[in-house]
Write a protein that binds this ligand. Structure first.
Ligand SMILES: Cc1cc2nc3c(=O)[nH]c(=O)nc-3n(C[C@H](O)[C@H](O)[C@H](O)COP(=O)(O)OP(=O)(O)OC[C@H]3O[C@@H](n4cnc5c(N)ncnc54)[C@H](O)[C@@H]3O)c2cc1C
Length: 396
Protein backbone atom coordinates (compact mmCIF):
# COMPACT_ATOMS: atom_id res chain seq x y z
CA UNK A 1 0.00 0.00 0.00
CA UNK A 2 1.08 3.59 -0.64
CA UNK A 3 2.56 5.67 2.15
CA UNK A 4 0.47 8.45 3.71
CA UNK A 5 2.09 11.86 3.46
CA UNK A 6 1.75 14.11 6.51
CA UNK A 7 2.85 17.67 5.75
CA UNK A 8 3.45 20.16 8.55
CA UNK A 9 3.72 23.82 7.58
CA UNK A 10 5.76 25.72 10.17
CA UNK A 11 8.35 24.39 12.59
CA UNK A 12 7.64 26.92 15.34
CA UNK A 13 6.41 25.85 18.77
CA UNK A 14 3.12 24.46 17.40
CA UNK A 15 4.46 22.72 14.29
CA UNK A 16 7.29 21.08 16.21
CA UNK A 17 4.92 19.90 18.94
CA UNK A 18 2.44 18.58 16.35
CA UNK A 19 5.16 16.66 14.53
CA UNK A 20 6.43 15.07 17.75
CA UNK A 21 2.94 14.17 19.01
CA UNK A 22 1.64 12.73 15.73
CA UNK A 23 4.84 10.77 15.12
CA UNK A 24 4.91 9.34 18.64
CA UNK A 25 1.17 8.62 18.86
CA UNK A 26 0.95 6.85 15.50
CA UNK A 27 4.39 5.22 15.69
CA UNK A 28 4.67 6.29 12.04
CA UNK A 29 1.86 3.94 10.91
CA UNK A 30 -1.88 4.32 10.28
CA UNK A 31 -4.26 1.58 9.10
CA UNK A 32 -1.28 -0.51 8.03
CA UNK A 33 0.18 2.34 5.98
CA UNK A 34 3.51 4.00 6.73
CA UNK A 35 3.31 7.75 7.40
CA UNK A 36 5.92 9.88 5.65
CA UNK A 37 6.47 13.17 7.48
CA UNK A 38 7.50 16.37 5.69
CA UNK A 39 8.17 19.56 7.67
CA UNK A 40 8.18 22.88 5.77
CA UNK A 41 9.64 26.05 7.22
CA UNK A 42 11.08 29.13 5.60
CA UNK A 43 13.81 29.17 8.25
CA UNK A 44 16.74 26.75 8.54
CA UNK A 45 15.87 25.63 12.11
CA UNK A 46 13.41 26.04 14.97
CA UNK A 47 13.45 29.60 16.32
CA UNK A 48 12.77 29.83 20.06
CA UNK A 49 10.51 32.83 19.47
CA UNK A 50 9.66 33.42 23.13
CA UNK A 51 13.37 34.17 23.68
CA UNK A 52 13.65 36.77 20.92
CA UNK A 53 14.80 39.38 23.43
CA UNK A 54 17.86 37.27 24.28
CA UNK A 55 19.81 37.95 21.04
CA UNK A 56 18.72 41.60 21.33
CA UNK A 57 20.15 41.82 24.87
CA UNK A 58 23.02 39.36 25.22
CA UNK A 59 23.52 38.08 21.66
CA UNK A 60 22.42 34.52 22.53
CA UNK A 61 21.79 31.97 19.76
CA UNK A 62 18.13 30.89 19.80
CA UNK A 63 17.89 28.78 16.67
CA UNK A 64 17.83 25.00 17.11
CA UNK A 65 18.78 22.85 14.09
CA UNK A 66 16.03 20.38 13.10
CA UNK A 67 18.52 17.53 13.39
CA UNK A 68 18.88 18.27 17.12
CA UNK A 69 15.57 16.51 17.75
CA UNK A 70 15.38 12.70 18.09
CA UNK A 71 11.90 12.80 16.63
CA UNK A 72 13.23 14.45 13.43
CA UNK A 73 14.70 11.09 12.41
CA UNK A 74 13.16 10.01 9.12
CA UNK A 75 11.40 13.39 8.72
CA UNK A 76 12.06 15.24 5.47
CA UNK A 77 12.74 18.91 6.09
CA UNK A 78 12.08 21.38 3.27
CA UNK A 79 13.27 24.96 3.69
CA UNK A 80 10.66 26.80 1.68
CA UNK A 81 7.79 29.27 1.98
CA UNK A 82 4.40 27.67 1.52
CA UNK A 83 2.30 30.04 -0.57
CA UNK A 84 -0.97 28.17 -1.15
CA UNK A 85 -3.05 25.29 0.15
CA UNK A 86 -5.54 23.67 -2.20
CA UNK A 87 -7.76 21.98 0.37
CA UNK A 88 -9.92 20.16 -2.20
CA UNK A 89 -7.04 18.71 -4.23
CA UNK A 90 -4.96 18.12 -1.03
CA UNK A 91 -1.99 19.93 -2.47
CA UNK A 92 0.34 22.68 -1.25
CA UNK A 93 2.38 25.07 -3.36
CA UNK A 94 5.70 26.38 -2.10
CA UNK A 95 8.59 28.58 -3.11
CA UNK A 96 12.07 27.21 -2.49
CA UNK A 97 15.17 29.14 -1.47
CA UNK A 98 16.01 29.78 -5.16
CA UNK A 99 12.54 31.16 -5.86
CA UNK A 100 11.42 28.00 -7.68
CA UNK A 101 7.69 27.16 -7.46
CA UNK A 102 6.84 23.54 -6.62
CA UNK A 103 3.84 21.59 -5.32
CA UNK A 104 3.33 18.55 -3.13
CA UNK A 105 0.33 16.29 -2.46
CA UNK A 106 -0.62 15.48 1.11
CA UNK A 107 -2.96 13.11 2.89
CA UNK A 108 -2.67 14.90 6.24
CA UNK A 109 -1.79 18.55 6.70
CA UNK A 110 -1.04 20.59 9.81
CA UNK A 111 -1.04 24.36 9.27
CA UNK A 112 1.10 25.97 11.99
CA UNK A 113 2.37 29.19 10.39
CA UNK A 114 1.89 31.13 13.62
CA UNK A 115 1.96 34.85 14.07
CA UNK A 116 4.16 37.87 13.45
CA UNK A 117 5.02 40.75 15.74
CA UNK A 118 2.80 43.80 15.24
CA UNK A 119 4.65 46.77 13.81
CA UNK A 120 3.93 50.50 14.16
CA UNK A 121 3.69 52.72 11.06
CA UNK A 122 7.10 53.25 9.46
CA UNK A 123 6.93 57.02 10.19
CA UNK A 124 6.74 56.26 13.94
CA UNK A 125 10.47 55.42 14.00
CA UNK A 126 12.15 53.02 16.42
CA UNK A 127 12.75 49.30 15.80
CA UNK A 128 10.28 46.46 16.35
CA UNK A 129 11.63 43.30 17.92
CA UNK A 130 10.23 41.07 15.17
CA UNK A 131 12.82 38.45 14.27
CA UNK A 132 16.46 37.39 14.54
CA UNK A 133 17.61 40.15 12.17
CA UNK A 134 16.01 42.99 14.11
CA UNK A 135 17.21 41.45 17.38
CA UNK A 136 20.80 41.59 16.03
CA UNK A 137 20.32 45.22 14.89
CA UNK A 138 19.03 46.18 18.35
CA UNK A 139 22.06 44.65 20.03
CA UNK A 140 24.48 46.31 17.58
CA UNK A 141 22.83 49.71 18.16
CA UNK A 142 22.90 49.73 21.96
CA UNK A 143 26.44 48.33 22.06
CA UNK A 144 27.59 51.02 19.58
CA UNK A 145 25.81 53.69 21.66
CA UNK A 146 27.63 52.60 24.83
CA UNK A 147 30.97 52.65 23.00
CA UNK A 148 30.21 56.20 21.82
CA UNK A 149 29.20 57.18 25.36
CA UNK A 150 32.72 56.33 26.58
CA UNK A 151 34.27 59.24 24.67
CA UNK A 152 31.30 61.62 24.96
CA UNK A 153 32.11 64.78 26.94
CA UNK A 154 28.58 66.25 26.95
CA UNK A 155 26.78 64.66 29.97
CA UNK A 156 23.33 65.07 28.39
CA UNK A 157 24.37 63.32 25.19
CA UNK A 158 26.18 60.62 27.20
CA UNK A 159 22.99 60.02 29.19
CA UNK A 160 20.95 59.82 25.98
CA UNK A 161 23.30 57.20 24.55
CA UNK A 162 22.83 55.14 27.72
CA UNK A 163 19.02 55.29 27.58
CA UNK A 164 16.49 52.98 25.91
CA UNK A 165 12.70 53.15 25.70
CA UNK A 166 10.67 49.96 25.28
CA UNK A 167 7.17 50.69 23.93
CA UNK A 168 4.57 48.10 24.96
CA UNK A 169 4.49 46.46 28.37
CA UNK A 170 3.05 43.01 27.74
CA UNK A 171 5.09 40.00 28.82
CA UNK A 172 7.53 40.41 25.94
CA UNK A 173 8.07 44.13 26.77
CA UNK A 174 8.62 43.27 30.44
CA UNK A 175 11.12 40.51 29.63
CA UNK A 176 12.89 42.58 26.96
CA UNK A 177 13.35 45.62 29.21
CA UNK A 178 14.64 43.67 32.21
CA UNK A 179 17.18 41.64 30.20
CA UNK A 180 18.32 44.75 28.33
CA UNK A 181 18.82 46.74 31.53
CA UNK A 182 20.89 43.92 33.08
CA UNK A 183 23.02 43.38 29.95
CA UNK A 184 23.55 47.10 29.38
CA UNK A 185 24.69 47.58 32.97
CA UNK A 186 27.16 44.72 32.58
CA UNK A 187 28.51 46.15 29.32
CA UNK A 188 28.68 49.69 30.80
CA UNK A 189 30.83 48.38 33.67
CA UNK A 190 33.20 46.60 31.32
CA UNK A 191 33.59 49.81 29.27
CA UNK A 192 34.38 51.85 32.38
CA UNK A 193 31.01 53.68 32.34
CA UNK A 194 28.88 54.07 35.45
CA UNK A 195 26.28 51.24 35.23
CA UNK A 196 23.76 53.24 37.26
CA UNK A 197 23.68 55.80 34.41
CA UNK A 198 21.89 53.19 32.27
CA UNK A 199 18.19 54.01 31.97
CA UNK A 200 15.58 51.68 30.50
CA UNK A 201 12.03 53.07 30.32
CA UNK A 202 9.15 50.65 29.82
CA UNK A 203 6.17 52.57 28.47
CA UNK A 204 2.88 50.98 29.57
CA UNK A 205 -0.45 52.08 28.07
CA UNK A 206 -2.38 50.96 31.17
CA UNK A 207 -2.49 52.08 34.78
CA UNK A 208 -0.69 48.91 35.87
CA UNK A 209 1.29 45.95 34.55
CA UNK A 210 -0.19 42.50 33.89
CA UNK A 211 -3.91 43.06 33.44
CA UNK A 212 -4.25 39.26 33.03
CA UNK A 213 -3.91 38.83 36.81
CA UNK A 214 -4.48 40.63 40.12
CA UNK A 215 -3.07 44.05 40.99
CA UNK A 216 -0.53 42.64 43.43
CA UNK A 217 1.20 40.73 40.59
CA UNK A 218 1.53 44.00 38.66
CA UNK A 219 3.00 45.70 41.74
CA UNK A 220 5.46 42.85 42.31
CA UNK A 221 6.57 43.02 38.66
CA UNK A 222 7.12 46.77 38.98
CA UNK A 223 9.28 46.18 42.06
CA UNK A 224 11.43 43.50 40.39
CA UNK A 225 11.79 45.61 37.25
CA UNK A 226 12.96 48.58 39.27
CA UNK A 227 15.59 46.36 40.95
CA UNK A 228 16.81 45.46 37.42
CA UNK A 229 17.05 49.17 36.53
CA UNK A 230 13.78 49.53 34.59
CA UNK A 231 11.44 52.47 35.18
CA UNK A 232 7.83 51.86 34.14
CA UNK A 233 5.94 54.87 32.77
CA UNK A 234 2.21 54.19 33.24
CA UNK A 235 -0.84 55.40 31.31
CA UNK A 236 1.27 56.56 28.40
CA UNK A 237 1.80 55.49 24.83
CA UNK A 238 4.77 56.12 22.58
CA UNK A 239 3.60 58.16 19.59
CA UNK A 240 6.90 58.21 17.70
CA UNK A 241 10.67 58.27 17.91
CA UNK A 242 12.60 60.74 15.80
CA UNK A 243 16.28 61.67 15.95
CA UNK A 244 16.72 60.27 19.45
CA UNK A 245 13.57 61.82 20.92
CA UNK A 246 10.58 59.70 21.96
CA UNK A 247 7.29 61.60 22.14
CA UNK A 248 4.58 60.25 24.44
CA UNK A 249 0.84 60.78 23.97
CA UNK A 250 0.75 63.52 26.64
CA UNK A 251 3.48 65.45 24.81
CA UNK A 252 6.28 64.44 27.23
CA UNK A 253 9.60 63.68 25.59
CA UNK A 254 12.38 61.27 26.41
CA UNK A 255 15.90 61.52 24.99
CA UNK A 256 16.91 58.01 24.00
CA UNK A 257 19.66 56.19 22.14
CA UNK A 258 17.13 53.58 20.97
CA UNK A 259 13.37 52.95 20.99
CA UNK A 260 12.13 49.35 20.74
CA UNK A 261 8.52 48.42 19.97
CA UNK A 262 7.03 45.29 21.59
CA UNK A 263 3.35 45.77 20.84
CA UNK A 264 1.99 42.26 20.52
CA UNK A 265 1.27 39.65 17.88
CA UNK A 266 -1.03 39.35 14.86
CA UNK A 267 -1.87 36.18 12.90
CA UNK A 268 0.62 35.51 10.09
CA UNK A 269 -0.44 37.88 7.24
CA UNK A 270 0.74 35.27 4.68
CA UNK A 271 -2.49 33.39 5.50
CA UNK A 272 -4.48 36.08 3.66
CA UNK A 273 -3.40 34.66 0.30
CA UNK A 274 -3.02 30.99 1.24
CA UNK A 275 -6.50 29.93 0.21
CA UNK A 276 -7.65 28.76 3.66
CA UNK A 277 -10.91 29.90 5.31
CA UNK A 278 -10.15 32.74 7.74
CA UNK A 279 -11.83 34.78 10.47
CA UNK A 280 -12.02 38.55 9.87
CA UNK A 281 -8.89 38.84 12.08
CA UNK A 282 -6.99 36.49 9.77
CA UNK A 283 -6.89 33.26 11.79
CA UNK A 284 -7.67 29.88 10.20
CA UNK A 285 -11.24 28.74 10.81
CA UNK A 286 -11.22 25.35 12.49
CA UNK A 287 -13.87 23.23 14.18
CA UNK A 288 -13.66 22.09 17.82
CA UNK A 289 -11.25 19.32 16.73
CA UNK A 290 -8.84 21.62 14.90
CA UNK A 291 -10.10 20.53 11.45
CA UNK A 292 -9.83 23.23 8.80
CA UNK A 293 -13.25 23.96 7.37
CA UNK A 294 -13.75 22.63 3.83
CA UNK A 295 -10.31 20.96 3.67
CA UNK A 296 -10.46 17.22 4.47
CA UNK A 297 -7.32 15.91 6.19
CA UNK A 298 -6.17 19.45 7.11
CA UNK A 299 -5.79 20.69 10.70
CA UNK A 300 -4.48 23.88 12.26
CA UNK A 301 -3.17 24.72 15.74
CA UNK A 302 -1.10 27.42 17.43
CA UNK A 303 -1.22 31.19 16.95
CA UNK A 304 -2.57 30.96 13.39
CA UNK A 305 -5.77 29.08 14.32
CA UNK A 306 -9.00 30.40 15.84
CA UNK A 307 -9.58 27.72 18.45
CA UNK A 308 -12.63 27.99 20.70
CA UNK A 309 -13.57 25.83 23.67
CA UNK A 310 -17.09 24.61 22.69
CA UNK A 311 -18.16 24.37 26.36
CA UNK A 312 -17.06 27.79 27.58
CA UNK A 313 -16.82 29.75 24.31
CA UNK A 314 -13.33 30.84 25.39
CA UNK A 315 -10.94 31.44 22.46
CA UNK A 316 -7.31 30.31 22.79
CA UNK A 317 -4.89 33.22 23.07
CA UNK A 318 -1.78 33.65 20.93
CA UNK A 319 0.47 32.17 23.60
CA UNK A 320 2.83 29.27 23.60
CA UNK A 321 1.32 28.17 26.90
CA UNK A 322 -1.98 27.47 25.08
CA UNK A 323 -0.24 24.81 23.01
CA UNK A 324 0.51 22.57 25.98
CA UNK A 325 -2.54 20.39 25.40
CA UNK A 326 -3.29 21.11 21.74
CA UNK A 327 -0.46 18.97 20.34
CA UNK A 328 -1.33 15.65 22.05
CA UNK A 329 -5.03 16.22 21.45
CA UNK A 330 -4.35 16.87 17.77
CA UNK A 331 -2.48 13.57 17.48
CA UNK A 332 -5.46 11.72 19.03
CA UNK A 333 -7.85 13.54 16.68
CA UNK A 334 -5.77 12.58 13.63
CA UNK A 335 -5.75 8.91 14.70
CA UNK A 336 -9.50 8.96 15.42
CA UNK A 337 -10.25 10.51 12.01
CA UNK A 338 -8.03 7.98 10.21
CA UNK A 339 -9.65 5.07 12.05
CA UNK A 340 -13.14 6.51 11.73
CA UNK A 341 -14.13 6.88 15.38
CA UNK A 342 -15.14 9.91 17.40
CA UNK A 343 -12.40 12.44 18.06
CA UNK A 344 -11.62 14.51 21.17
CA UNK A 345 -12.61 18.17 21.20
CA UNK A 346 -10.73 21.24 22.36
CA UNK A 347 -10.79 22.15 26.04
CA UNK A 348 -9.19 25.25 27.56
CA UNK A 349 -6.33 24.68 29.99
CA UNK A 350 -7.69 23.89 33.49
CA UNK A 351 -5.54 26.62 35.09
CA UNK A 352 -4.53 30.19 34.19
CA UNK A 353 -0.75 30.13 34.34
CA UNK A 354 1.78 32.78 33.37
CA UNK A 355 5.52 32.80 33.89
CA UNK A 356 7.77 35.77 33.32
CA UNK A 357 11.57 35.81 33.28
CA UNK A 358 13.25 38.93 34.61
CA UNK A 359 16.92 38.11 34.12
CA UNK A 360 19.13 35.37 35.57
CA UNK A 361 17.61 34.01 38.81
CA UNK A 362 14.71 36.46 38.75
CA UNK A 363 11.21 35.62 37.66
CA UNK A 364 7.54 35.55 38.52
CA UNK A 365 5.05 32.73 38.11
CA UNK A 366 1.37 33.40 38.66
CA UNK A 367 -1.37 30.81 38.52
CA UNK A 368 -5.08 30.84 39.37
CA UNK A 369 -7.34 27.89 40.01
CA UNK A 370 -10.79 27.90 41.64
CA UNK A 371 -10.30 31.62 42.29
CA UNK A 372 -7.12 31.03 44.31
CA UNK A 373 -3.98 32.92 43.33
CA UNK A 374 -0.51 31.42 43.52
CA UNK A 375 2.58 33.61 43.12
CA UNK A 376 6.17 32.36 43.02
CA UNK A 377 9.13 34.71 42.62
CA UNK A 378 12.94 34.62 42.67
CA UNK A 379 15.06 31.60 41.80
CA UNK A 380 12.26 28.98 41.85
CA UNK A 381 10.25 31.13 39.41
CA UNK A 382 13.32 31.53 37.19
CA UNK A 383 13.80 27.73 37.15
CA UNK A 384 10.15 27.24 36.27
CA UNK A 385 10.48 29.89 33.55
CA UNK A 386 13.47 28.16 32.02
CA UNK A 387 11.67 24.81 32.11
CA UNK A 388 8.68 26.38 30.32
CA UNK A 389 10.93 27.90 27.62
CA UNK A 390 12.55 24.50 27.10
CA UNK A 391 9.25 22.64 27.08
CA UNK A 392 7.90 25.08 24.45
CA UNK A 393 10.81 24.16 22.17
CA UNK A 394 10.73 20.44 23.03
CA UNK A 395 14.15 20.65 24.68
CA UNK A 396 14.96 18.75 27.84
C1 LIG B 1 9.21 38.26 22.10
C2 LIG B 1 8.11 37.26 22.34
C3 LIG B 1 7.92 36.76 23.63
C4 LIG B 1 6.91 35.83 23.88
N1 LIG B 1 6.75 35.38 25.15
C5 LIG B 1 5.82 34.45 25.40
C6 LIG B 1 5.66 33.94 26.71
O1 LIG B 1 6.36 34.35 27.62
N2 LIG B 1 4.73 32.99 26.93
C7 LIG B 1 3.93 32.51 25.94
O2 LIG B 1 3.09 31.65 26.20
N3 LIG B 1 4.01 33.00 24.68
C8 LIG B 1 4.96 33.95 24.38
N4 LIG B 1 5.07 34.46 23.13
C9 LIG B 1 4.15 33.97 22.10
C10 LIG B 1 4.69 32.68 21.50
O3 LIG B 1 5.96 32.91 20.96
C11 LIG B 1 3.75 32.20 20.42
O4 LIG B 1 2.49 31.92 20.99
C12 LIG B 1 4.30 30.95 19.75
O5 LIG B 1 5.48 31.27 19.07
C13 LIG B 1 3.27 30.36 18.77
O6 LIG B 1 3.83 29.25 18.15
P1 LIG B 1 3.41 28.88 16.65
O7 LIG B 1 4.21 27.67 16.30
O8 LIG B 1 1.95 28.85 16.54
O9 LIG B 1 3.90 30.09 15.75
P2 LIG B 1 5.36 30.66 15.46
O10 LIG B 1 6.23 30.50 16.63
O11 LIG B 1 5.11 32.00 14.88
O12 LIG B 1 5.92 29.67 14.32
C14 LIG B 1 5.49 29.71 12.99
C15 LIG B 1 6.52 29.00 12.13
O13 LIG B 1 6.02 28.94 10.80
C16 LIG B 1 7.02 29.34 9.88
N5 LIG B 1 6.32 29.92 8.74
C17 LIG B 1 5.55 31.02 8.74
N6 LIG B 1 5.00 31.20 7.51
C18 LIG B 1 5.45 30.18 6.74
C19 LIG B 1 5.24 29.80 5.41
N7 LIG B 1 4.42 30.50 4.59
N8 LIG B 1 5.88 28.71 4.92
C20 LIG B 1 6.70 27.98 5.71
N9 LIG B 1 6.92 28.29 7.01
C21 LIG B 1 6.29 29.37 7.52
C22 LIG B 1 7.86 30.34 10.66
O14 LIG B 1 9.16 30.46 10.10
C23 LIG B 1 7.86 29.73 12.07
O15 LIG B 1 8.90 28.81 12.22
C24 LIG B 1 6.06 35.40 22.84
C25 LIG B 1 6.25 35.90 21.54
C26 LIG B 1 7.26 36.83 21.29
C27 LIG B 1 7.45 37.34 19.89
Amino acid sequence: MNDLTCVIIGGGHAGLAALKAIKETTGGMANGRRIRFVLFDKLPGHVRKMLLFRPAAGGEEIIVPWTHYDFSEGVKFVQATVTFVDGREKQIRYEGARGNDTSMQYDLLVVAVGSVVRQPNPDQGGISLTDLQTAAVIRERWCANLRRAVGEKNPKERKRLMTIAVAGAGISGIETSSELALEMRKEASSLGLNPSDISVYLVCGQERLFLEGPEKVGRKLDQILSECGVTVIYNRKVMREEAGVVTLNNGDRLSVGLCIWTIGLIPNPALRTMGLPLTPDGQVLVDESYRVQGAPGAYSIGDCARIVDPKTGKAALMRCAELALQDDRLAKIVVADLEGHSAPVHKSAPIDLYCIGLGENRGLVWGRKWGLNMIVTGKPAWKFRKAAWNAGSKLR
